[in-house]
Design a protein. Structure first.
Length: 346
């Protein structure tokens, strides 16, 4: 089924930048998308998958081991047996996590009887096994069991899924881009879990009448399966895909001045953000956005966007304030730097 073109999405500029930053540097830790129903959250995620460059995976591997990354035990055994592993190009997919998924369904299950009887590890991959090299999408993540969310976030950081049952251990690579969506009206995530998401974006319906009209027109063109519509936006998506390939290649060469680093840690400390994840994520996000723009040093726009993506879910809010006090303080800090509202897509 054809997905809506990523380049054709109207508005939601900060959301698109957050997704692109993770495409360039998955170690950022994923994106949490908060917003009301009908704001295009799921559409954006599926469109994002279609614009990502294809991956090179080991042929016949159950875990989709990728070229240049660590191999699973099965692929290592194939190599040890003298086999030369062949690779094939595969499109990046969206792997959905059902809300009612048990821990075994998520991490995979071990056949303990076979392990005890025959000394053989028989492992049935779960969602994390299918997610390697893909996008792991959790709709309504705030309604998922906290323990399951914790496991997912641990693997998102380490890139390795470790399953232990009765003294039997099985590991396999699981590197994915984690994207969660939630409607705050249905309940919040615990602060400890919020902090584990690298970036967070608040999305709302467009209020500008011209933009709302543009959204409606593009959706109707897409649903009519208009050939000209698809040709135009496929060209745009292809150009963006090529930019992502180039951005991944130049990421390691993007530098950050001592002055910018000092400014980042000073702002985060002044805002009272606990821990150091916020500082690190801002730096990683700013560098990834600079790579998307094709520049060797993050500029003011990259830094402002990185602050807006990395800090909102980590700011302490005053429970007696009706509005988000932490976000107002962030806007005040950014205004001192001369940073304006998020610009259009790079």
């Amino acid at each position: 089924m054809r997905s809506f073109p990523f380049s054709a999405i109207v508005g939601q500029e900060l959301l698109k930048k957050g997704l692109l930053a993770n495409a360039v540097d998955p170690s950022i830790g994923g994106v949490l998308i908060r917003g009301e129903k009908g704001t295009g959250k799921t559409t954006a995620v599926r469109a994002f998958a279609a614009v990502l460059p294809s991956k090179e995976s080991v042929s016949g591997c159950r875990f989709g081991c990728m070229k240049g990354s660590s191999l699973c035990g099965e692929c290592r055994a194939r190599e040890s047996g003298g086999e030369r592993l062949a690779y094939e190009s595969r499109a990046v997919e969206v792997v959905d996590l059902p809300l009612n998924a048990s821990e075994d369904r998520v991490v995979g299950s071990l056949d303990l009887s076979a392990a005890l009887r025959d000394g053989e590890k028989r492992f049935e991959p779960g969602v994390l096994g299918k997610s390697n090299g893909n996008i792991l999408y959790i709709d309504e993540v705030n309604l998922l069991d906290d323990h399951v969310v914790d496991v997912l976030l641990d693997v998102a950081v380490s890139g390795v899924n470790v399953v232990m049952r009765e003294g039997v251990t099985y590991t396999h690579p699981s590197r994915f881009i984690l994207v969660g969506t939630m409607n705050p009206e249905e309940g919040e995530l615990r602060p400890q879990l919020l902090d584990r998401f690298g970036l967070c974006v608040e999305v709302t319906g467009e209020r500008d009448l011209s933009l709302r009209r543009q959204i409606v027109e593009r959706v109707l063109e897409f649903e009519r399966d208009d050939p000209e519509f698809h040709r135009k936006w496929e060209r745009e998506d292809k150009a963006l895909r090529e930019r992502l390939v180039a951005a991944r290649g130049m990421l390691s060469s993007v530098e950050l001045s001592v002055q910018v680093l000092d400014a980042v840690v000073e702002v985060v400390a002044d805002l009272g953000v606990a821990g150091h994840r916020g500082d690190i994520t801002i730096i990683k996000c700013a560098k990834a956005l600079a790579a998307v723009k094709g520049i060797a040093l993050p500029d003011e726009e990259c830094l402002a966007d990185a602050f807006r993506l990395s800090l909102p879910h980590r700011l302490k809010e005053d429970p007696f304030e009706e509005t988000a006090s932490g976000r107002r303080r962030l806007d005040a800090v950014l205004s001192r730097f001369g940073a304006q509202k998020p610009a259009k897509q790079y």
